[in-house]
Design a protein around this ligand. Structure first.
Ligand SMILES: Nc1ncnc2c1ncn2[C@@H]1O[C@H](COP(=O)(O)OP(=O)(O)O)[C@@H](O)[C@H]1O
Ligand SMILES: [Mg+2]
Length: 407
């Protein structure tokens, strides 16, 4: 978490109504207190935003969370004026964004903010660095400067080595990283991220969340992040704003949301989290690169790199033994040269769908844990320290919850 400063974005009494006459009867109904369903039934207009108020502080990672259709995208789009509002003000750094004329609006979008969407489209015929610097190119920045900025942005997301690759050579997660790098390349104060990680596999998603938090604490960007996933919101948010039917239900720190749910609706969500916190093994497991068949002890040890250990698999890919860094060292000190004498077979196996709470027992031995599929084939590697760390974080959140309940 970062220390957040003064306010940089403020949505003030924002209403957004979709339909042919947004300021007509529908608006009167909303103002009179009718909810989304009722307004739609009576006027045929859709409420996008209903008296939305929140402010984001400089350097804050502010998450807007809600189910599909709750108004999250509409809200974020008022900030760069992709939507006009029906009523209200959006302030960014003291400027009333909605009043900006077209030309100034373009400059404001370009200089102030970067946007990342769920499905980030890359130009297929441009390489990664050119995709990253595309916004700068449009601004007329010369090639050398552009590449410098793009490389810096790519290094922030760990993609510098891929600068010259084609997008088709990247995985979905890597392409999404390019999207983030593109947004970072012009060094904007504000990042707007609309479900930017929602299409990613759990494991990749968690890595991206970690990277975003790292970038956030290194660069102190203000990030307005949208998600429909409360786990994600609570994991990365400095503060979380929960929306329902176009209205704000609660704004608070993750701890406040968990410990003092403002309404039954939030409480219900939180209850899901309580069970769902309940992170699954596949979300934190690592790549399981096994030890090469027929490797010598010294080859096997050096192939560990900075990993805590690696598995030996049978020809079907099922783990049969594990080599740990410590085990390898002990065998070497004994003067052994064969790999076999350094291996152990008393390791634990878990399935990818198991929750960390269920896999917790397996961490007790302190040995690497093999994640295997239904056929027993090795598909992931769990470092027991990762389980402990993740559960520790969860415990801290839940402890706060229990304190509230018993005091
Ligand atoms: N251009 C549009 N025209 C009509 N209705 C829209 C439009 N955009 C969004 N809506 C409606 O506004 C509500 C909020 O949508 P949206 O902000 O996209 O939700 P979320 O991003 O939380 O899924 C939904 O009921 C949606 O159907
Ligand atoms: Mg949306």
């Amino acid at each position: 978490m970062t220390a957040a400063g003064e306010e940089i974005i403020r949505l003030e009494k924002i209403y957004k109504i979709f339909g042919p006459q947004p300021r007509g009867r529908a608006f009167d109904l909303v103002k009179a207190g009718y909810g989304k369903a009722e307004v739609q039934r009576r006027s045929g207009h859709v409420i996008g935003l209903n008296d939305v108020n929140f402010s984001v502080k400089k350097g804050e990672l502010f998450v807007v969370m809600g189910l599909s259709g709750s108004g999250k995208s509409t809200a974020i789009r008022t900030v760069n004026k992709l939507h006009d509002v029906t009523s209200g003000h959006v302030w960014v750094d003291g400027v009333d964004v909605q009043t900006l004329p077209q030309k100034e609006l373009q400059a404001y979008r370009r200089d102030k903010m970067g946007m990342v969407f769920q499905h980030f489209a890359l130009f297929p015929h441009r390489n990664v660095i050119d995709n990253t610097g595309y916004g700068l190119k449009v601004q007329g920045v010369e090639k050398e400067k552009r590449d410098e900025a793009s490389l810096k942005a790519l290094s922030l997301v760990g993609l510098e080595p891929y600068a010259l690759n084609a997008p088709s050579e990247l995985s979905g997660g890597m392409q999404q990283r390019v999207g983030l790098a593109r947004a970072l390349a012009s060094d904007p104060d504000i990042l707007l991220m609309d479900e930017a990680f929602s299409a990613l596999d759990p494991l990749i998603r968690r890595q991206m969340q970690d990277e975003l938090m790292d970038i956030q604490s290194a660069l102190h960007k203000t990030i307005l992040f949208i998600t429909h996933d409360l786990n994600e919101a609570l994991r990365i948010g400095d503060r979380v704003c929960i929306m329902k039917d176009g209205a704000v239900v609660q704004i608070g720190t993750p701890e406040e949301i968990l410990t003092k749910p403002a309404t039954g609706y939030v409480a219900e969500f939180v209850q899901d989290v309580d069970q769902g916190r309940v992170i699954q093994v596949e979300e934190i497991m690592k790549d399981s690169r096994p030890i090469a068949q027929g490797a010598s002890l010294s080859d096997a040890i050096s192939s560990l790199g900075d990993r805590d250990g690696a598995f030996v698999t049978d020809p079907e890919g099922r783990p049969v033994a594990v080599l740990t860094g410590a085990g390898g060292l002990r065998a070497t000190v004994r003067g052994a040269t064969d790999l076999k004498s350094a291996l152990r077979d008393d390791f634990e196996k878990v399935s990818p769908e198991m929750t960390l709470a269920d896999a917790y027992y397996a961490a007790g031995k302190g040995l690497p844990i093999a994640v295997v599929d239904e056929e027993g084939v090795l598909i992931g590697h769990l470092d027991p320290r990762d389980i402990m760390e993740e559960m520790g974080r969860v415990e801290r959140l839940i402890e706060g919850f229990e304190r509230e309940v018993f005091l």
